[in-house]
Design a protein around this ligand. Structure first.
Ligand code: NLE
Ligand code: FE2
Length: 296
């Protein structure tokens, strides 16, 4: 995902109508002209996309496919140990390739009969309300570029590996997509920016970085953990708090590093009961009351 409030690289339109992506000072691809050209090219492709069109084909290079292969291989093993069973079921059903990056259009075609979800390409920042609102229509705004090959284990910036291996496997499972849709409906229902931010923080600590107990083990169900071969090895060692809407919805978190606090649900059903119910019913007023309860 690529949304306001998260790490993202600003995008500018050049005189010739193509886009230029401005990478941050610490970005590993900053001084790699080939990588910069790829980022600009893929952003330009996404900007030309029109609603209703399939996602544009990203002619990935061998080097980009290599990054996918390396990350897929490592995650194959890690998912067995650290992913919750619903994610593993989705992964089994979706059957992503491990030897090359699939096109967003192909993954969308596979998802359509399963859950009705599909990707739409993001050139740059998608405003919070648009990003989440689209989930209510089963549309998932997605980046298409690949993380820099020098740091395959972790990127603060969502990339196609995060969108497809992290989110895609969950978008194949109806219990997950019911949650995405409820988050989307909540984002459309609330009116104030404060309430929207609360909804998005709950999303961050659940569908992005959620963990839950399964047969005595702490397992990940959040896409941000499940797409990072580095963070997936470490999440069991950080501060684990019980699932708590007020605390999640008001917490401040660092988007550029491994999370140091995670919220654990007792089960997947517990996520549905607490987080699903919250998204299904929240209003500006109910969120304002909850925010007021936050310990300051
Ligand atoms: N840190 C994740 C990864 O390396 O795949 C991406 C998180 C995007 C919110
Ligand atoms: Fe994401």
């Amino acid at each position: 995902m690529f949304e306001e409030g998260q790490y993202f690289a600003p995008v500018h339109e050049k005189d010739d109508g193509t886009l230029s992506v401005q990478l941050g000072a610490n970005h590993p691809g900053l001084n790699d002209p080939e990588y910069r050209a790829r980022r600009d090219h893929l952003a330009t492709l996404a900007a030309r996309w029109q609603p209703g069109d399939p996602c544009p084909t990203a002619d990935y290079t061998d080097a980009e496919h290599d990054v996918w292969r390396v990350v897929s291989d490592v995650l194959m093993e890690s998912h067995r140990t650290y992913a919750c069973s619903e994610f593993l079921e989705g992964k089994e059903i979706l059957g992503l390739p491990t030897d090359h990056i699939p096109q967003l259009s192909e993954v969308s075609q596979t998802l359509a009969p399963l859950t009705g979800f599909g990707y739409q390409p993001a050139a740059g920042l998608v405003p919070l309300r648009a990003f989440y609102g689209a989930l209510a229509d089963r549309r998932f705004w997605s980046t298409q570029y690949v993380r820099h090959h020098s740091v395959p284990l972790y990127t603060p910036e969502p990339d196609v590996i995060h969108e497809v291996i992290g989110h895609g496997n969950t978008l194949a499972h109806p219990r997950f997509t019911a949650l995405y849709e409820l988050a989307g409906a909540a984002a459309r229902r609330v009116e104030t920016d404060d309430a929207l931010e609360f909804v998005s923080k709950v999303f961050w600590f659940t569908l992005e970085f959620g963990v839950l107990w399964q047969r005595g083990d702490l397992r990940a169900y959040g896409a941000g953990i499940l797409s990072s071969p580095g963070e997936i090895q470490e999440f069991r060692d950080v501060t684990i708090r019980p699932l708590d809407l007020v605390s999640m919805g008001t917490a401040n978190y660092d988007i550029t590093a491994y999370q140091d606090v995670l919220y654990a649900a007792e089960s997947f059903t517990h996520v549905e009961d607490v987080v699903g119910h919250f998204w299904a019913t929240c209003t500006d007023e109910s969120i304002a009351r909850m925010a007021h309860m936050a310990v300051r």
